[in-house]
Design a protein around this ligand. Structure first.
Ligand code: NOJ
Ligand code: CA
Length: 569
C-alpha cells in the first residue's frame, strides 16, 4: 500500500469532522440493530458519465430513490481501483476510488448526500486477499524468496525435483488450483482467483496497514464495514501441508483449528479492529460475511469483535414453513448471547435473485441459488413475485436487520440468458462454463422504460440487459400503485412506524402458516400452503397481495395486522 500520502490523514478528532458526519454520529449507537440496509453493486447501479460502468456520479444522482425507498443505510460493494478479475473483490489500492468509478472527492460528496438524508454508509472491506496489481504484491514479485516483501503474502517453494509442482493439491473456491507459480519458481496461495493473492495475517505489517485503511475510511465519514470472507483471514500452514482431501469437501464449514477456515484466532484480528471502531462516537459498525454454521456465527457477531454477522439461512431455505420457523427461532436465540442482532438476507450479488428462485418449479428450493449450464430456470414470474413479496414482508417484521439487494425493490428477476461471450464472472471461466456464475444478478438496473440502457446511463451497459427489463423499470413502477417499488416503500415506512424492541412470540396456527407477534401487538402472518386461511382477529395493516373476501389470507401472501386481543403463543 502506498507510503504516507495526503490520503492518509490521522484518525479523526471527532470535533473537526464535517457537520453531516457529526449529525450522523450524534444518533443512536445501535442504529444498525434493526436497520434496513440497501446493497449497491456500484458498477451496475447507475452510470453518470456514459461509459457503461456504474459510478459514484450515478449513485449520487439516485440518492433520492434510496431516501424515498426509506432505507436506513447503504452497503456499497467494492469501488476501489481494480482490474475486475473478481468484480472489484480484487483490490489494487484499499484507500482510493477506481478512476472509472469516480474520485475521493466524489466519495465525500456521496457520504454527505446520504447523511443529509439520514442514510448511513457501510463500505465493503476485502481483508483476505488483495489483487495481484496491489503495490505490495508487485513489490513481493520484485523481491527474492524469503524477503520481507514476500512475507506479506503466502509464498512457498514447490514440490517435485525442481519445485515444479504446487506446494499442495488445494483447489481454489472458484475452481482450478489454489497456487500459482511466479517467474522465479515460487508459488503463492489464492483461495479465490489467481489475481487475488491471500494476505499473510501472521505478518504485523498487514495488521497495521488494515488498521490504517479502516481509519482512513472512518475519518472520511463511513459508518461501518461489510467484511468479505471474514472466516478466512488466519491460516495454519505447517511445513508439510495437508491434502485437499484432509481439508474436507465442505471447507467453508470447517471449524476451530482448521488450516484455512473459521479458525478461532481470526477473532484476535477483530478484537484489534473493535478497539479502533470504538474510538469513533458512536462506534463504527461491522458485519461479517462468514458462511459458517449458525453456532459459529455468534463469535463474528460478538460485540468484542465485528458486532454483526450475515445469516444466509433464509436465503438457502426451501419454501417451507417449518424451515422458516426453525431458522428464525434458532437465529434469534443465537443473537441474544452475542449481544448482536439478527440479519435477514434473500439476495445479494453472489446468488440468483430471489424473485427468480421462488418462481422455479418447486417454488424456491434452497439449492437453486447458483445456476449450472443446462439448468437455466423455467420460471413462473407471478409465483416468484408473490412469494418474494411474501418473504420480504415476513422478514421485515422480524427483529433484526434486513439487507436488500439493488433491484430487489423492483422485483427484478435473474437474467439467466447472457451469451457466453458477454459473461464477466471469473467463476464462469474458472469452472469451465459449467457453473453460470453471478453475472445474472449483476446486470445494470433498469431505471426507465426507454433509452439505450433503460436509464442506467446515457449510453450502453457493461452487461447486456434483456428487452423484458422495460416492464421492471423504476419509472414504470412509479406510475403503478400496485408495483413492487410502491410495495417496498410502503413496507419500509410502515415498518419504521411499527418498529419495536424485543423479540417475538409464535402464534399457534395451521402448520402451513408462519405467524408471530411482536411485543407491541404487531402481527405478521404468511400462508405457505395451497388454501386460503382465516386471518386472526386484528386490524389488517398491509399485505403483500390482495386478501380474499377481506378476512382470508391467500396462499403465497403475508399480512401485517395490529392485534386487538392478546393471542396466546
Ligand atoms: C465474497 C464476495 O461477496 C464475492 O463476490 C467474492 O467473489 C468473494 N467473497 C471473494 O472476495
Ligand atoms: Ca461510468
Amino acid at each position: 500500500m502506498s507510503p504516507a500520502t495526503e490520503k492518509d490523514h490521522p484518525v479523526t478528532d471527532v470535533k473537526s469532522a464535517p457537520a453531516h458526519v457529526l449529525a450522523a454520529r450524534a444518533g443512536d449507537p445501535g442504529w444498525w440493530r434493526q436497520a434496513v440496509v440497501y446493497q449497491i453493486y456500484p458498477r451496475s447501479f447507475a452510470d453518470g458519465n456514459g461509459d457503461g460502468i456504474g459510478d459514484l456520479a450515478g449513485i449520487i444522482s439516485r440518492v433520492d430513490h434510496l431516501a424515498e425507498l426509506g432505507v436506513d443505510a447503504v452497503w456499497m460493494s467494492p469501488f476501489y481501483p481494480s482490474a475486475l478479475a473478481d468484480g472489484g473483490y480484487d483490490v489494487d489500492d484499499y484507500r482510493d476510488v477506481d478512476p472509472r468509478i469516480g474520485t475521493l472527492d466524489q466519495f465525500d460528496v456521496l457520504v454527505e448526500a446520504l447523511h443529509v438524508r439520514g442514510i448511513r454508509l457501510i463500505i465493503d472491506l476485502v481483508p483476505n486477499h488483495s489483487s495481484d496489481r496491489h503495490e505490495w504484491f508487485q513489490a513481493a514479485l520484485a523481491a527474492k524468496a524469503g524477503s520481507p516483501e514476500r512475507d506479506r503474502f503466502i509464498f512457498r517453494d514447490g514440490l517435485g525435483e525442481n519445485g515444479e509442482l504446487p506446494p499442495s493439491d488445494w483447489r481454489s473456491l472458484f475452481g482450478g488450483p489454489a497456487w500459482t507459480r511466479v517467474p522465479d519458481g515460487q508459488w503463492y496461495l489464492h483461495i479465490f482467483a489467481k489475481e487475488q493473492p491471500d494476505w499473510n495475517w501472521a505478518n504485523p505489517e498487514v495488521h497495521a496497514d488494515f488498521l490504517r485503511t479502516l481509519a482512513f475510511w472512518g475519518d472520511r465519514g463511513v459508518d461501518g464495514f461489510r467484511v468479505d470472507v471474514a472466516n478466512a483471514l488466519t491460516k495454519r500452514l505447517p511445513e508439510v501441508l495437508p491434502s485437499q482431501a484432509d481439508l474436507g469437501d465442505e471447507t467453508l464449514y470447517a471449524v476451530g483449528d482448521h488450516w484455512l477456515w473459521d479458525r478461532d484466532d481470526v477473532h484476535d484480528i477483530y478484537a484489534e479492529w473493535r478497539a479502533l471502531f470504538d474510538r469513533y462516537d458512536p462506534p463504527l459498525m461491522a458485519v461479517a460475511e462468514a458462511w459458517v454454521p449458525a453456532e459459529r456465527r455468534v463469535r463474528y457477531a460478538d460485540a468484542a469483535g465485528l458486532g454483526q454477522a450475515f445469516n444466509f439461512d433464509l436465503l438457502r431455505a426451501d419454501w417451507d414453513p417449518e424451515q422458516f420457523r426453525t431458522i428464525v427461532s434458532d437465529n434469534l436465540a443465537l443473537a441474544e448471547p452475542s449481544g448482536s442482532s439478527t440479519t435477514w438476507v434473500f439476495s445479494n450479488h453472489d446468488v440468483v435473485r430471489h424473485a427468480t428462485r421462488y418462481g422455479l418449479a418447486g417454488g424456491g428450493d434452497g439449492n437453486d441459488w447458483l445456476l449450472s449450464r443446462g439448468t437455466e430456470p423455467v420460471e413462473d414470474r407471478d409465483l416468484g413475485a408473490r412469494r418474494s413479496r411474501a418473504v420480504t414482508l415476513l422478514a421485515l417484521a422480524l427483529p433484526g436487520s434486513t439487507y436488500v439487494y439493488q433491484g430487489e425493490e423492483l422485483g427484478l428477476p435473474e437474467v439467466a440468458t447472457i451469451p457466453d461471450e458477454a459473461r464477466q464472472d471469473v467463476v464462469f471461466f474458472r469452472k469451465g462454463g459449467i457453473e453460470m456464475g453471478r453475472d445474472g444478478c449483476r446486470v445494470p438496473l433498469p431505471w426507465s422504460e426507454h433509452g439505450t440502457s433503460f436509464g442506467f446511463g446515457p449510453n450502453g451497459a457493461h452487461l447486456p440487459q434483456p428487452a423484458w427489463f422495460a416492464e421492471y423499470a423504476a419509472d414504470v413502477q412509479e406510475k403503478s400503485p400496485d408495483s413492487t417499488l410502491h410495495f417496498y416503500r410502503r413496507a419500509l415506512s410502515l415498518r419504521r412506524r411499527l418498529q419495536t424492541t424485543g423479540t417475538l412470540e409464535w402464534l399457534t396456527t395451521d402448520s402451513t402458516v408462519v405467524a408471530f407477534r411482536r411485543p407491541n401487538g404487531w402481527v405478521s402472518m404468511t400462508n405457505f400452503g395451497t388454501e386460503p386461511t382465516v386471518l386472526p382477529e386484528g386490524e389488517p395493516l398491509f399485505a403483500s397481495g390482495p386478501l380474499t373476501d377481506g378476512n382470508l389470507l391467500p396462499p403465497d401472501t403475508t399480512v401485517w395486522l395490529r392485534a386487538v386481543v392478546q393471542v396466546s403463543a
